[in-house]
Design a protein around this ligand. Sequence first.
Ligand code: AGP
Length: 610
Amino acid sequence: MCGIFGLISKKNVLKSCINGLKLLEYRGYDSFGIAGLTKDNMFLYKKPGKISLLEENLKNIKVHLSLAIGHTRWATHGKPTKLNAHPHMDHKSSIALVHNGIIENFDEIKKMLISKNIHFQTDTDTEVIVQLITYYYKNDLIKATKKALNKLIGSYAIALIHKDYPNQIIASSKESPLAIAIDEKKDEMLISSDPNAFLGKDLNITFLSNNEIALITNKKINIYSNTLNLLNKKYERFNSKKISANKNGYEHYMLKEIYEQPITIQKAYFGRILDFNKKVEFEDFNLSKNYLQNLNHIFILACGTSYHAALYAKYLIEDLAKTHVFAEIASEMRMKELLITNKDLAIAISQSGETADTLLATKLIKNYDSNILAIINKTNSTLSREATSYIFVKAGPEFSVCSTKAFTSQITVMYLFAIYLASIKKIDKLNTSLLLKELKKIPSKIKKVLKLAPQIKILAKKYSKYEKFFFLGRNYMYVAALEAALKLKEISYINANAYPAGELKHGPLALACEDHPVIAFLSNEKTYDKMLSNLMEIKARNAPILAIASKKSKAIEDIADDVIYLPKTIDELSILPSSVASQLLAYYIAKERKTDIDQPRNLAKSVTVE
Ligand code: AGP
C-alpha cells in the first residue's frame, strides 16, 4: 500500500528519486519523504500530501545527493502527519529508513526499547524497526539489520541508509515485494516496491525473496540469504523504454485508460485465437489438458474489481464448460474451512499481483495441493511467482486507482479460458467459432461506445447531484451492475449499491424514491423482459431510471427517464460495452463533483496490506 524507491548514482539523485516516487504514488499518497546523503551529512525532507509539493519547491533546495531513499505512504499506523511520514530516523539520527508493510509485534518491541530508555517520536510501526537496528548496531550494519528484522512478525519491504556509510543502501523484504535493479548504461543502482518506478528505463532486475538482504553500493549489489551467505541471484532484462507513464494529453489516467480499451481488449486475445476461430491456446500455459478435463471444481478468488471478473467467470464457465465454479472474495475465503482438493483448480485474479488478501488466500490454498492459475496484469509480481501457471492480461500499466482497462482485459481472458476449458471437455453444442468471431468484433463496438461520451457527459451532469444510487442487473448484467457501482463509489464518493434486480422486492425496494435513481443494465436478451418488469416496480415509486441497453423498445422508452443505447453483442460479451459506458458515466459524474479521480481519498492502487 506504500511505495519505496531508492537509488545510487554518480549524478545528483534528488530529481530521479522524485520521479521514481511519482510513478509509485498510485500505491499511496497520504504523505511522502526523501532521505539522502550529501558528502558530510544526512538530508531529510518529508511532508503530508503528494510528492508534487517537493517538486514545486525543488528550486529552493540546493543539495547534491549521491544516494537517496524515498517513500509514498498510505497510512496504516498513525495519521498522515509530517511526523509519521517516512523516512523514519533512529534516536541518534544516524539511520533513515523507509518501510512498506505491517509489523504485527511492534508494540511489544516498542515497550522493550522504551524500557531501555529509547525515546520514540512517532506512533508508527516503522519507527520500531529503525530504533531496533540502532539498538543492535555495534559496528556491523548488515548484521544489526538482520538481527532486528529477525525479531519482526509481519510484512516488510525496507530500505535504509546510515550517515557513517556514505555509499550504501541496505534493503530487505518479507511478504512485501522489493525489486533491485542495475542500469548499466547510467551506472545506477535502483530499488523499488514495484517495477512501475523503472518505467522508461532499460535495466537488469531481480526481486528479493523472503528474508534476503541486499547491500547496494555504486560498484555492486550483494544479496545475502537469511543466514548472510552471499547468493548468486538471477537477473532478467526489464526494458520499458517504449512504455510511457504520461497521460498523453488526457486530463486523467482514468480517461486515458478508458480510451485504451479497444486496443487492450484486442491485446488480451491477440495470438490466442487459432485455426480460423476454431481454437484457443495460451502461451507458456502449463496446466495439462488431462488435469483440466477431470477437474471437480474451480475456485476463483480475488478482491474488488477483480472479484467482479471472478463472478463473471463463474457464470460463464458454468454456462459453457459445465464445471462448478465458486467465486470467492479472497479476504472472506481466508476465514473459512476450504473444501478444496488437488482435483480442483484455484484461479487468482489480480491486476497488481500484489494484493495481500489475494496472496494470503493463495498461500493458504497451496496447503491443499491445488494448482493455482494466476490471471495477472504484471508478470513481475508476487502472485506470478506463487502460481503454478499464469495468463497475462496484457493491459499495460494501469495508473488510475480505479481499474478500467485491466477489468475488461480480465473479462476477455476469462472468456477465452471458458471457451478453452469447454473445448477440452468436448462440450457439445459449443459454438467456438461464433463465440470467437463475436469477441473479435468487440474492439470496434467499444470504439462506438466511446463515441457516446458527449451524451454520457450530459447525463452525468444531470445525475451528479444525487447522493445515492441503485445499480441493477440480472445474471451477467448483475456483474456489470456490481462493477459500475464500485466505479461510481470509489471516484465520486457517492453511495452506490448494486443488487440482482430480482432481489429488490425482498427489501431494498423500501429505499426507492425520487432522490434515489436507478441505473439498470438491460443488454442481455435473456433477462431483458424481466428487467423491464423490475423497472416498472421502480417507476411506480417515482425513482429516476437511467437504462443502459442495446435494444430499443416502446416499453423501455416509456419506463426509463434516460437510455444509453449500446452496440449489440451476445449476452456473454455484453458486460464489455456496458462496463465501458458505466466507466465513462462514473468518470464524468466524478468530474462534476470535482473529486481526485486518479487518486481518490482513502484508497490506493495496490492494497498490499490485509
Ligand atoms: C478497482 O477499481 C479498485 N481499485 C480495487 O477494487 C481493486 O480492483 C482491488 O483492490 C484488487 O486489486 P488487484 O486486482 O490488483 O488485486
